[in-house]
Write a protein that binds this ligand. Sequence first.
Ligand code: GLA
Length: 387
Amino acid sequence: MEVLKKGYLERYQEPLKVAYFSPGRVNLIGEHIDYNGGHVFPCAISLGLYGTIRPLEDDKIVLISLNVKDKPYETTIGGISPTAVGKWYDYVLGVIVILEKHGFKFPHGFEMMIHGDLPNGSGLSSSAALEMLTMKMCVDLFDFKLDKVTEAVYCQEAENKYVGVNCGIMDQFAVSLGRENHAIYLDTETLKYYYAPLEIGRNQLIIINCGKRRSLTNSGYNKRRSECEKALAILKKKYPIKDLCDLSMDQLRNAQDLFEDYTLYRRARHCVSENERTKEAYQALILHDLVEFGKLMFKSHNSLRKDYQVSCFELNTLVDFARKHHAKGARMTGAGFGGCVVVLIKNSRVAAFIEDVQANYTNLTGCTPSIYQVNISEGTRKVEVPE
Ligand code: GLA
């Protein structure tokens, strides 16, 4: 917020009065199943993006990120590139294009300034945070009538259709509907959701970025998605299902013979088992059974590592550190191929764990870890600007 305040004052010669905050998210469990009709269990976090918007009289759109050194990006309402160009502002333009597609009119242009403390490409959903920030600021400035679920759905559409990543709904949903100290148990098929109080007693949730540059994310992600589609087509020969996560593990086992390609079977096995684990984890959290919850986190990681193959040496190493320090649970979170792990660990064990990671992780991996102790936050919203 301080950087935004300063940037605003410099550019407009007046103090910032109205600002917005859009959080990142961490997924506790339920990975890579939001595009397979499964259940996910994310929460919004206190790291995120701050932004502000001002109307312009003409049809110009001016986009300023204080995180990059580039000069402001300029275009016009009618002149937005029809395809993404691989820049940070793709996410902003994508939202505008999708809003227009749904009939929302922009009678004039605007200028937007943002700054964030959410590391890009870390698996904490910097893209969904930016999409939802744009959405919320446009909704307020132009007085569009939209509810939070539809806002999230439109932002997902922006990412799918404009940016070109076939992501599911989880990130935009968590960022839009996050609630302080609660995780969101979401059925991605029906979009029914419940808030579960995140009561973790004398434990902490720690997020560690493994520091590996993610390269494969988009292509690897889209590839997994198409593998799931292939597995689904095979399973549909036996079962009248819509999504992979409609199956139980028993049903899947009974269909194993249909698979000539064992890789596709393993992809399906991750999805079906992860959905079952997520349902169990939700129950465990409600019953305050954090030991069980943690075990499910470890199992989820194993499945992502072995069956879904989206983990990497660096993430696995961090999970091993967590195990060594008797964490209740740990797993990679987000799309994988790099990014973050989330660890549930007793307060009294945190210091030694972090010390060990800081002292030894880099020697093992050649990467520098970043450790975040976050709070669980509300979704995208207008915030007070402190004096
Ligand atoms: C990314 C996508 C989400 C979800 C996760 C994996 O964050 O944006 O939709 O698929 O990966 O669970």
